[in-house]
Design a protein around this ligand. Structure first.
Ligand SMILES: [Zn+2]
Length: 389
């Protein structure tokens, strides 16, 4: 995949030389015999690397015919790549550590660094980055180093299916170092297929010469069988994550019932709000009309503050709407009641939360906060203010 440079492109030039010019066989000074040009993008811009190639001048030397390249060439880029290592590493880091999409990467390269790459080219280089990363992760010497201080291993296996209809990616991880050992896409979860991965895991553990303390998985039949065969006597535990996920459904079902009960208790809220507004309308009708605000005032009165609260649950906006009515400050008690109604309505309509903090649980806590707040106000007023709630 050759990169096509636009005509007239100006390059930064970088000339590289072989460091040791003496022939490795006879020791004579080697002469430049040819140039190799490499055009690529670095963060310094479009760059032309000129490699000055050398060879031994002695036709009788055993190194005859051999050409030597500058050592520094590979520290800039790989042969025939159109990216330097700096851009290459930037791409890989942004893609995998920051989860940028390919179009995002393309635009950022173009806008900030004036580097023009197609989506295809970016995908190709990201593929190479992945290959290099996987090779490094699986490098036996690296592994030995990483596991130097680890006494024993805890292994997990799980299948991930990013999209329906695609093959499932089986991942074997080691938990003491929190390291992905290897991953392989499989079309079937048949015991034979899975067993192959378990065997590879056993070979890895043997190579590291560390005992396997436990296995963890979602306990699919294929995992259970293969692990029992290949790792006789090693405990196989249920993965906490899967355990929690499987527990979550009945818990959430119960939580939803509790939520329904609390909602039923909260009925009558609308009637209270309506009563406050009706009282206000009456008060406004008996008061002398204010000519300058008649068109706007009438319109604002028809807005149900509790409806406004529904649009923004828990927001104090309902109070703001209420004050645009015809009785701005006179009905202070009504204001407070509408505020509480809006808050409770917001709480009852909120369905956020997960298995560790279910929505009903959050609702109960929030309602308790409202109860406490009412209690505090009543105490402060020593019964002076009659709340209609
Ligand atoms: Zn020589």
């Amino acid at each position: 995949m050759a990169y096509r440079w636009p005509a007239g492109r100006v390059f930064n030039r970088l000339t590289l030389d072989v460091e040791d010019r003496s022939c490795p066989v006879c020791g004579r000074y080697m002469h430049v015999c040819d140039h190799r040009y490499h055009h690529l993008w670095t963060f310094q811009g479009a760059t032309q690397v000129i490699n000055r190639l050398v060879r031994c001048p002695d036709p009788a030397c055993e190194s005859r015919g051999r050409t030597f390249s500058p050592e520094a060439e590979l520290s800039i880029s790989m042969p025939r790549w159109c990216l330097g290592w700096d851009v290459f590493c930037w791409l890989g880091h942004r893609r995998f550590a920051r989860h940028w999409s390919v179009p995002q990467l393309r635009l950022e390269l173009h806008d900030t660094h004036r580097i023009q790459l197609s989506d295809d080219a970016i995908e190709t280089y990201i593929g190479r980055y992945q290959t290099m990363l996987a090779a490094r992760q699986q490098d036996p010497a690296q592994l030995v180093e990483a596991y130097r201080d680890i006494e024993s291993l805890v292994l997990t296996i799980d299948g991930l299916q990013p999209e329906k209809g695609h093959e499932t990616l089986y991942v074997v991880r080691e938990l003491m170092r929190k390291r992905v050992w290897f991953a392989e896409p499989l079309w079937s979860s048949a015991t034979q297929e899975v067993r192959r991965l378990i065997v590879v895991a056993r070979q890895w553990a043997e190579r590291l010469d560390k005992p396997v303390r436990a296995w963890m998985s979602d306990k699919q039949d294929a995992f259970v069988t293969a692990i029992a065969d290949e790792f006789g006597g090693v405990p196989h535990r249920y993965c906490q994550n899967h355990f929690l996920r499987d527990m979550a459904q009945p818990v959430l079902d119960l939580d939803s019932q509790a939520k329904g009960k609390m909602r039923r208790k909260g009925r009558g809220l609308r009637a209270i709000a309506r009563r406050v507004l009706a009282d206000r309308r009456q008060a406004a009708a008996s008061a002398p009309p204010l000519p300058q605000e008649s068109p706007q005032g009438d319109g604002a009165l028809r807005i149900d503050p509790s409806e406004a609260a529904m649009a923004a649950p828990g927001a104090p906006g309902a109070l703001g709407v209420a004050t645009t009515g015809n009785a701005p400050v006179e009905d202070e008690a009504g204001e407070v009641v509408l505020g509480y109604c809006a808050a409770v309505r917001g709480i009852l309509n909120d369905s956020q939360g997960g298995p560790l903090r279910p929505p009903g649980f959050r609702m109960r806590e929030a309602l308790q906060d409202v109860r406490d707040s009412l209690e505090r106000n009543l105490q402060a007023q020593k019964g002076g203010l009659q709340s209609r709630c």
